[in-house]
Ligand binder design. Structure first.
Ligand code: NAD
Ligand code: UFG
Length: 338
């Protein structure tokens, strides 16, 4: 089966490309490099020993997408391409709606023209309403998102539900990722945020490598065991396997279904810092600062549905994720830049 991966040069997309190749899928990859670099694609080709077709294109470019569908017998699309920085989405909402919503709609239209009917969408735990009880299950309340980024994911989910209701032979899978961390065990590919990292693990890793002086810990007065925020951190390699499980599911299912991809366990900021120090032997200086606006104290995933229906579970530990993040960051202190 040939799978089109949009946003395949990015953090989660690149790891999923490697897993797809390892599992015997043919891949076609597209990315416009608005948040990634061509070097990621070079490394993917070297690591996998596969010269897969790559197109530098924007998913919103209908001609480019039609060309890709014409050139290849694509059966399934995994749509990673999108913008993901929460703070930026507050400052530049139009850019977020313009990219995340339009790319999803345009991609569905191109798929319709090419009669491709399997769609796997990168959604997020941010679609859940913060007032839900823990853990978030797939039936927990969604919507009322805290920021424009979250709203784009929520809206895309609604759009895809409507599409699947109209196109009865489509199979749409919404994968709600919790907090991806870690890197490929080779240390050759990993997460390289542009500028100052928004997310915890890249901030820790950049502090460890000396690019940041200390880690700001956003709040130590939450109602959590140690006062710091709690999240469900999942190794990106486990997340990649979740996409392969979703493709298998698409083969025998039509409609629109959603799954949490998380571990079911919560880890606090200070626990992650301590796990990183233990796994790497590197001390992480940190300072307690004010809460970050819009942050929730604690959330983690219910994982039963993915286990039962997709036969998928996260397997890697936080310690492995810390060691892998460090291997990537220490061997590539400036990411993909030389
Ligand atoms: P990323 O920024 O590393 O990867 C996204 C890729 O898409 C980038 O390479 C970027 O250049 C490309 N891209 C963006 N808009 C495009 C467009 N219009 N046309 C072509 N390419 C385009 O992000 P990631 O962490 O790998 O996230 C992948 C997906 O998963 C995103 O949709 C994101 O919202 C979602 N997600 C991420 C997280 C997370 O914490 N990383 C959590 C939940 C959901
Ligand atoms: N944190 C710090 N210091 C930092 C960065 C983060 O203390 O420098 C804390 C946050 O306050 C929070 C925890 O670390 O308690 C995790 O924060 P992240 O920014 O790493 O992750 P979020 O849970 O805020 O959001 C991330 C992505 C979203 C995605 C969501 C899915 O940014 O895009 O996970 O759960 F949707």
């Amino acid at each position: 089966m040939t799978v089109l991966v949009t946003g395949g040069a990015g953090y989660i997309g690149s790891h999923t490309c490697l897993e797809l190749i390892a599992q015997g899928y043919d891949i076609v990859v597209t990315d416009n490099f608005c948040n990634s670099l061509p070097e990621a694609v070079n490394r993917l080709k070297t690591l996998s020993g596969t010269d897969f077709p790559f197109y530098r294109a924007d998913v919103r470019d209908a001609d480019a997408m039609d060309g890709i569908f014409k050139n290849h017998e694509i059966e399934c699309v995994i749509h990673f391409a999108g913008l993901k920085a929460v703070g930026e989405s507050v400052r530049l909402p139009l850019m977020y709606y313009g990219n995340n919503i339009a790319s999803t709609v345009q991609l569905c239209e191109a798929m319709k023209r090419a009669r491709v009917k399997k769609f796997i969408f990168s959604s997020s735990a941010t679609v859940y309403n913060g007032d839900n009880d823990m853990p978030y299950t797939e039936t927990s309340r969604v919507g009322d998102c805290a920021n424009p980024y979250g709203r784009t994911k929520y809206m895309c989910e609604q759009i895809l539900r409507d599409v699947s209701a109209a196109e009865k032979d489509w199979s749409v899978v919404l994968l709600r990722y919790f907090n991806p961390i870690g890197a490929h065990e080779s240390g050759q590919i990993g997460e390289e945020p542009d500028g100052i990292p928004n997310n915890l693990m890249p901030y820790i890793a950049q502090t460890a490598v000396g690019r940041r002086e200390y880690l700001p810990v956003f709040g130590a007065d939450y109602e959590t065991p140690d006062g710091t925020g709690v999240r469900d951190y999942i190794h990106v390699a486990d997340l990649a396997r979740g996409h392969v499980a979703a493709i298998r599911y698409c083969k025998q299912y039509t409609g629109c279904d959603e799954f949490n991809l998380g571990t079911g366990r919560g880890t606090s900021v200070l626990e992650l810092v301590s796990a990183f120090e233990q796994a790497t032997g590197v001390k992480i200086p940190y300072r307690i600062e004010a809460r970050r606006p819009g942050d929730l104290p604690l959330y983690y995933a219910a994982t039963d549905k993915a286990a039962k229906v997709l036969d998928w579970r996260a397997e890697k530990t936080i310690a492995q994720a810390c060691a892998d993040s460090w291997r990537w960051q220490s061997r590539n202190p400036n990411g993909y830049k030389a």
